[in-house]
Design a protein around this ligand. Structure first.
Ligand code: TRP
Length: 331
């Protein structure tokens, strides 16, 4: 099989419900690569078990994450969609790369520090080596480009460092990947506390808008969004609440901040919040409908997973045999 297109790889964890931050910051962008790149989009269940999961929920969310990929516009005939644990080479290369990743490097990862302070009773080794498994995901496919949210930038840089290190020792083995981090919608903030990131694990139900929220929920959450007392729709660093709403509005309408300021000139926050809620709910409606349709047909989802895993395994095998040879494993 000839492969002349460049490779895109990304992954989403099947844990928690995905937010509009995940949607705008990452998943919505995935489909733009389908024509010009060979694309692999993975449901990373191996990563999910670094925090304790309820088995039935993990299983359900794995289907849901795949369905969500498809509902967000990823056509399974144009993209390789698969589940990480279905391709054992991820775990295999993960182990190998663990041996080329330094304790000090992993200790500096902010996500590790963050997650271990939140899960003090379960700081397991997997949580610590999470980034080398992520590097394995990426390097296994000789990936050129990795679309991710800004929060994954540090992990991506580590993946590059690991690839460079391995190549220096053994000669050219891995493509050194670049990140694709959208800067315009890179960070959607909490609606209740607009100085911190919108997080799917937020305890406050009004802080987070989920991709699958009903229209009523979306409208209600935006209505309650924290703003400020100036009552002017204007983008500014000292107006984090309003600026965040403007970012959401811009993402769903394509309008610039200046256009938005003009549109709401002389109007109050009430009108503005309602408008943001409307465009968001309307933008999400087709995703929600398609998701429901896909979830009603498990057999089809299983067929997509199976075909995706077969395709991914073919590429993974090629890299693994190169890696084994270079390291000195007996064939
Ligand atoms: N760590 C990523 C996240 O939490 C998910 C992920 C795992 C990933 N492996 C990946 C993203 C490889 C991009 C490429 O969002």
């Amino acid at each position: 099989m000839l492969q002349d297109k460049k490779i895109v790889f990304s992954g989403v964890q099947p844990s928690g419900n995905l937010t509009i931050g995940n949607y705008l910051g990452a998943i919505k962008n995935f489909s733009r690569f389908s024509e010009d790149y060979k694309t692999f989009y993975c449901v990373v269940d191996l990563h999910a078990i670094t925090v304790r999961q309820v088995p039935a929920e993990l299983r359900r969310r794995t289907y849901e994450t795949l369905a969500l990929y498809m509902a967000c516009g990823l056509d399974e005939t144009k993209n390789t969609l698969f589940v990480q644990s279905h391709v054992p080479a991820h775990a295999e290369l993960g182990w190998v790369l663990d041996c080329y990743t330094m304790f000090g490097e992993l200790s500096r990862m902010t996500q590790f520090k963050d997650k271990s302070s939140k899960n003090a009773q379960n700081i397991n080794a997997g949580l610590f080596t999470y980034p080398s498994l992520m590097a394995a995901d990426i390097l296994l496919y000789q990936t050129d480009l990795v679309p991710v949210g800004i929060d994954q930038k540090q992990h991506l840089e580590l993946a590059r460092d690991i690839a460079i290190r391995f190549n220096q020792i053994y000669g050219d083995t891995f493509t050194v990947p670049d990140g694709y981090i959208p800067t315009d919608t890179m960070k959607i903030m909490s609606l209740a506390e607009p100085t911190s990131k919108m997080s799917k694990s937020d305890k406050n139900p009004n802080a987070v808008v989920y991709i699958l929220d009903s229209k009523d929920d979306v409208l209600r959450k935006f209505k309650k969004a924290v703003t400020d007392s100036e009552a002017v729709v204007r983008y500014s660093e000292d107006k984090p609440g309003v600026s965040n709403l403007m970012t959401v509005y811009r993402a769903f309408t394509g309008k610039s901040f200046e256009e938005i300021e003009r549109e709401f000139d002389g109007k109050g926050y009430g009108d503005f919040k309602l408008a943001v809620g409307e465009v968001c709910a309307d933008g999400l409606a087709p995703v929600r409908d398609e998701f429901a349709r896909l979830m009603a047909d498990k057999a089809h989802l299983e067929d997509v997973m199976k075909r995706g895993a077969d395709e991914a395994a073919y590429y993974a095998r090629k890299t693994m045999s190169k890696v084994r040879r270079k390291i000195g494993f007996v064939n």
